[in-house]
Structure formats: C-alpha cells, structure tokens
Design a binder for this molecule. Structure first.
Ligand code: CO
Length: 140
C-alpha cells in the first residue's frame, strides 16, 4: 500500500544550524524557503535530494509537538519517515483495520496534501507519516 519514500523528518532545536549543516557540511544545494504551519506547531524547510527529501523541523509556539521530542533529544534527531499513499482516507481506514493507532484525523501537511501519522508503538518504533501523493506527481 505504501508508495515511494517522500521524506525523512528531522527535528532540530535550530533550523539555522541545521540548514547550515546540510548546505555547508553535507553540500546540499536545494533547500526550500522556511515556512510555518502554526496550527501544527512547526517551522520547516525541505532539503531536496533528487530521490527524496529531508524535512528539517523546528518547534513553532509553546504547544509544538516537537518540544517533547527535543526534551528527550536536545540536539535533535530523526523524528519520522513519510511514505506516499494514493488516498489518505483509504490508508487511514486500512491502518485502523490492521490495529495500528492513527494519531488524529487527516490534515493538510507541509506539502499541501492530506497526511496522517501512525503511532510508533505499532510501527516498529518509527513514527510513520502517510501523505497523499501530490496530484502533479511532483513534490514541492
Ligand atoms: Co513530514
């Protein structure tokens, strides 16, 4: 059911530091402008890798879901893995049917298409994001 790997989410206490790391040390040349999703408590950029992306995520606001992760991982770290699916509601229903814990209702994610998150306890310890494939077939 899952399709291509869209991105790996990496939480960071400093987007500036992480952008510098990926640009200056790792040599990434394509990094998107920073954007915030206040409703989801995140500010982010995408590092373009050709075959997938790295989503660098910094907390936004006092209720950011990233804050708890950074308390446990003060330097940041790998936060989630995002796979594309054809239809988010079909994917959500299938996850629930198979006994996985889906966190909340589908909502618009950083790519402008609906996403859900599946609890790591049912996913081998990895927080999984499922994201509906953008209609144009490209990620931006
Ligand atoms: Co993500």
């Amino acid at each position: 059911m899952i399709g291509r790997l869209n991105h790996v989410g990496v939480a960071t206490p400093s987007l500036d530091d992480s952008i510098a790391l990926y640009r200056d040390v790792l040599g990434a040349t394509q990094i998107t402008e920073r954007r915030s999703l206040p409703a989801q408590g995140v500010t982010f950029v995408f590092v373009e890798l050709g075959n997938a992306q790295i989503e660098l995520i910094e907390p936004y606001g006092d209720n950011s879901p990233i804050l708890g992760f950074l308390e446990k991982n003060p330097k940041g770290g790998q936060h989630h893995v995002c796979f594309e699916v054809a239809d988010i509601h079909t994917a959500r229903d299938a996850m629930i049917e198979k006994g996985a814990k889906v966190l909340g209702e589908p909502r618009i994610g950083a790519h402008g298409t609906p996403v859900i998150f599946v609890h790591p306890k049912d996913m081998g310890g990895v927080l999984i994001e499922l994201m509906e494939t953008p209609r144009e077939g490209v990620h931006s």
